[in-house]
Design a protein around this ligand. Structure first.
Ligand code: ADE
Length: 236
């Protein structure tokens, strides 16, 4: 097993690199790929940058240049569900786009549906979901949740937009990379899971809460990945 780990933010990638061993680094298309071991597990860690295109580029590079066999995406997200508090974790059951909309072209294409693809939401891998949930529950007991992730090239900070995304997707949280990573994983037939810590409520309070909780949530994600890598290595 070789795990590709895509982080959105500097802080979480830096904390993972700090605890990695046997590290070598390569720069490809402006991103630094750090290969080594994490708790003995072969991994490649990369900070992809914000948004769907940045995320997809890193997925394909991890597949083509590093031959990863599993993918994890981690970072922060805005909550779309009143039961989810800041600091809670969402482990993806699946991921879909909230800003992909071809319904005017054809009513058979609801929001999220990419024409020509057999799925609207990309399903996460059951084994990775279980290991991720157990790791998140270990770090913050009682604060891990399974749910759908909705991604788009937008920082969501208005109640009306939030409500539309909820009604279009039924997702538990929103962020800007997960579905693109899931899409790339699906096209390459690589199992994936997205692990997100809630940094804000994706409403009118989001611009205030995000900077305050970003670092704390990202740090928690990095710790979950470390625990997860340990569990995966022990089960190899
Ligand atoms: N990442 C963290 N919070 C977010 C939000 N409200 N919208 C999009 N991405 C996010």
């Amino acid at each position: 097993m070789k795990l590709g780990i895509i982080g959105a933010m500097d802080v979480e990638v830096a904390s993972l690199k700090n605890v990695m061993e046997n590290k070598t680094e390569r720069m490809i298309a402006g991103s630094v790929y750090c290969e080594g071991t994490l708790e003995g597990l072969p991994v490649v860690v990369v900070q992809c940058g914000v948004g769907k295109v940045n995320a997809a580029l890193c997925v394909q590079t991890l597949c083509d240049c590093f031959s990863v066999t599993y993918l994890v995406n981690t970072g922060v997200a805005g909550s779309l569900n009143a039961a989810l508090d800041i600091g809670d974790f969402v482990i993806s059951t699946d991921a879909m786009y909230h800003d992909f909309d071809c319904h005017t072209l054809n009513p058979d294409y609801p929001v999220g549906q990419v024409p020509g693809l057999a799925v609207r939401a990309f399903p996460a891998d059951e084994r990775l979901m279980k290991v991720a949930f157990e790791a998140a529950d270990h770090i913050c007991p009682g604060h891990a949740h399974f749910g759908r992730i909705a991604s788009g090239d937008q920082f969501v900070c208005q109640k009306e937009r939030k409500e539309k995304i909820v009604s279009d997707t039924g997702a538990k949280c929103t962020e800007m990379e997960g579905a693109a990573i899931a899409h790339g994983a699906w096209r390459n037939q690589i199992p994936f899971v997205v692990i997100r810590a809630i940094s804000d409520k994706a409403d009118d309070s989001a611009e205030m809460d995000y900077p305050t909780f970003e670092a704390m949530a990202a740090q928690r994600c990095a710790e979950v990945i470390r625990v997860m890598a340990k569990a995966l290595q022990e089960s190899e």
